[in-house]
Design a protein. Structure first.
Length: 488
C-alpha cells in the first residue's frame, strides 16, 4: 500500500512537471515568435454580418451591450442584431423596448425567444443561425462592450484569407480595479491572451475561441458540425472541431473588447466550475480525434496540453492529501520537488511578460503586486475546480450555470450568489494542510512552504466566502424594490 501511494505521488509530480514544461515552452515560443503581423488591405466592400447576443437574465447589462453594437461603424443595412433571449425576468421587457427603439431608427433587429433553454448558449446560437442567412456571425456575451471599429478590424482578417474561419479579439476589463479578486483575475486573463493565445497563434497551433468578442464564418460553423451542447464549453469544442476540419483561427491582440470580471467570489467559483467541467469534457471528447488527425506532432502535443489545463489542480490537491501519510511513513525522503519548483518559475514569468507587453515596465511592477492574491485564490479554488474535473472525467453532465453580471455593486444585485457548500470542505482542508505542515516541520522541513501556502489559501477563500455571506445578509435586510429598480 505504501509503495502504491509513493507511485501515485511521484506520478502526480511528474504530470505537473510535464504540464508546466508545456507552459515554459509556450513562453519560449512567445518570445521567439514575437513579430508584428502585416495589416491586411482596407475593406473595399462590406458583407452582411449578423451580431448574436446570447442573453439569460441580464437586466444589469443587456441595454449597454445593445447600445455598443448599435454604435458599430458599419452600414445599418448590412448589420442584423439578434438578441437570443432565454431570460425569464425583467430582461425580456428591457430588451424588447431597446430593440423596438433601434428598429424605429432604421436598424435590423430580431428578438428571438425560445420555449425552453434546450442546449443553453449553444442551443441559442444554433437557433439564431436558423433565423439569418449571413455568412459572417459576430458573438458577444452580455458583459462585454465592443468598440465601434470592432467589425471593420476583424472582418479585414476574415476577408483577406478565405482559410480563416474565426477571427477573435483580446479581452479587456471594465472593472479590473473593483477589488482584489478582479485585480487577480486581470493578471490571469491578460496572461492567457497576451502570451498563450499569441504564442499558439504565431506557432500555428490550435487556439480556442473564448466564447465572445469574435467573428465566425457560417460555412466554418457548419463544416465543423455546428454548435453542440454536449460540453459546457461549446466555444472551445466548436473551435477545435473547426480547426481539425482544416479551418484556421486568427487571434487579433490589437483588437481589445473589454468585459466584466466577476467581482464576487461565489460568481467566480461558478464560472471556474463551468470552465473546468467543460474543458475536461472537451478533453474526453476531442483527445482521440486530435491524436488521430493529420496535425503535426507539436500541434497535437500543445492541443492536448491546453485541454489538460485544469488537471494540475486535482493533481496538486491529491499530493496534498498524500503528504501526511507518506511523511509519517518517512516515504518522501527520496522524492524531491526541487525540479518541479524550478520549472514552476514559468507561470510567474508569463505574468511578467504579459504585464510588460500591456503596461510597460512600471505598469508591470504595479500589476505584479496582485500576484499573491492570484496565487492564494488559485490554490484556494483547487477543491472547487477539482470536484468539477472529477465530475467531468466520470461523465457527469451538470447544467449550464451562467456567470452573473452586475455592472456595479454586486452586493445590491438580485443576481448575487450565495456561498456554496464547499466552504466547509475548504475549512477542513485548511486544518489538514496545517497538520501536514506540522508533520513536515518535524520530519521534512523543505515541504513546509508548500503546505503553508495551501493552508493560507484555503483560509483566505473560506474567510472571503464568509465575508460575502455576511455582506449579502446585510443587503437582504434592506428593501429590495430599490435594488431591483437600480438593476433595471
Amino acid at each position: 500500500m505504501l509503495t502504491l501511494l509513493q507511485i501515485i505521488y511521484a506520478l502526480c509530480a511528474l504530470s505537473l512537471g510535464f504540464y508546466t514544461a508545456g507552459q515554459a515552452f509556450l513562453l519560449w515560443r512567445y518570445w521567439r515568435s514575437h513579430r508584428p503581423t502585416a495589416a491586411p488591405p482596407p475593406l473595399q466592400q462590406l458583407p452582411p454580418v449578423t451580431v448574436q447576443l446570447p442573453l439569460y437574465n441580464e437586466a444589469n447589462v443587456a441595454d449597454r451591450l445593445i447600445d455598443a453594437v448599435a454604435a458599430f461603424d458599419y452600414p445599418r443595412d448590412k448589420l442584423l442584431i439578434q438578441a437570443l433571449d432565454d431570460s425569464d425576468d425583467l430582461t425580456v421587457s428591457l430588451v424588447a423596448r431597446k430593440l423596438a427603439d433601434l428598429e424605429a431608427r432604421g436598424y435590423r433587429v430580431q428578438h428571438i425567444r425560445r420555449a425552453d433553454r434546450a442546449g443553453f448558449k449553444a442551443g441559442a446560437l444554433a437557433e439564431g443561425l436558423r433565423h439569418c442567412d449571413s455568412e459572417y456571425v459576430a458573438i458577444f456575451d452580455a458583459d462585454f462592450l465592443p468598440p465601434p471599429a470592432f467589425l471593420r478590424r476583424t472582418m479585414q482578417r476574415l476577408l483577406a484569407d478565405p482559410a480563416v474561419g474565426i477571427a477573435q479579439s483580446r479581452w479587456g476589463h471594465l472593472n479590473a480595479e473593483e477589488n482584489s479578486l478582479t485585480r487577480a483575475q486581470r493578471l490571469s486573463i491578460d496572461t492567457h491572451f497576451v502570451v498563450e493565445q499569441a504564442a499558439r497563434n504565431r506557432s500555428g497551433w490550435l487556439i480556442p475561441f473564448n466564447g465572445t468578442g469574435g467573428v465566425w464564418r457560417r460555412s466554418c460553423i457548419e463544416d465543423a458540425g455546428g454548435w453542440s451542447a454536449d460540453t459546457l464549453t461549446e466555444d472551445l469544442d466548436l473551435s477545435y472541431r473547426a480547426q481539425l476540419a482544416g479551418w484556421r483561427s486568427h487571434f487579433l491582440p490589437e483588437v481589445e473588447v473589454p468585459g466584466e470580471i466577476p467581482p464576487q467570489l461565489a460568481a467566480y467559483k461558478q464560472q471556474q466550475t463551468r470552465w473546468a467541467t467543460g474543458n475536461t469534457q472537451c478533453l474526453r471528447k476531442l483527445a482521440r480525434p486530435i491524436l488521430s488527425s493529420n496535425l503535426g506532432a507539436w500541434q497535437k502535443i500543445m492541443a492536448i496540453q491546453h485541454l489538460c489545463q485544469y488537471l494540475p489542480q486535482p493533481l496538486m490537491l491529491l499530493m496534498l492529501l498524500l503528504t501526511p501519510p507518506l511523511l509519517q511513513a518517512e516515504a518522501l525522503a527520496g522524492l524531491s520537488l526541487a525540479p518541479l519548483g524550478i520549472i514552476g518559475l514559468a507561470p510567474p514569468l508569463m505574468y511578467i511578460a504579459s504585464q510588460t507587453r500591456l503596461y510597460g515596465n512600471r505598469g508591470a511592477l504595479n500589476m505584479l503586486s496582485d500576484f499573491p492574491a492570484l496565487l492564494f485564490i488559485g490554490a484556494g479554488l483547487s477543491l472547487n475546480n477539482s470536484l468539477a474535473v472529477f465530475a467531468a472525467l466520470l461523465g457527469c453532465k451538470p447544467p449550464f450555470r451562467r456567470t452573473p453580471k452586475f455592472k456595479r455593486g454586486w452586493e445590491r444585485s438580485p443576481y448575487a450568489l450565495s456561498t456554496g457548500l464547499t466552504l466547509w470542505l475548504e475549512l477542513a482542508l485548511m486544518g489538514y494542510a496545517l497538520w501536514a505542515a506540522s508533520l513536515a516541520w518535524a520530519l521534512q522541513r523543505e515541504l513546509c512552504p508548500y503546505l503553508l501556502i495551501y493552508a493560507l489559501s484555503f483560509a483566505i477563500v473560506a474567510a472571503w466566502s464568509l465575508r460575502e455571506t455576511w455582506t449579502l445578509r446585510l443587503a437582504q435586510s434592506r428593501p429590495r424594490a430599490a435594488e431591483i429598480s437600480e438593476a433595471v
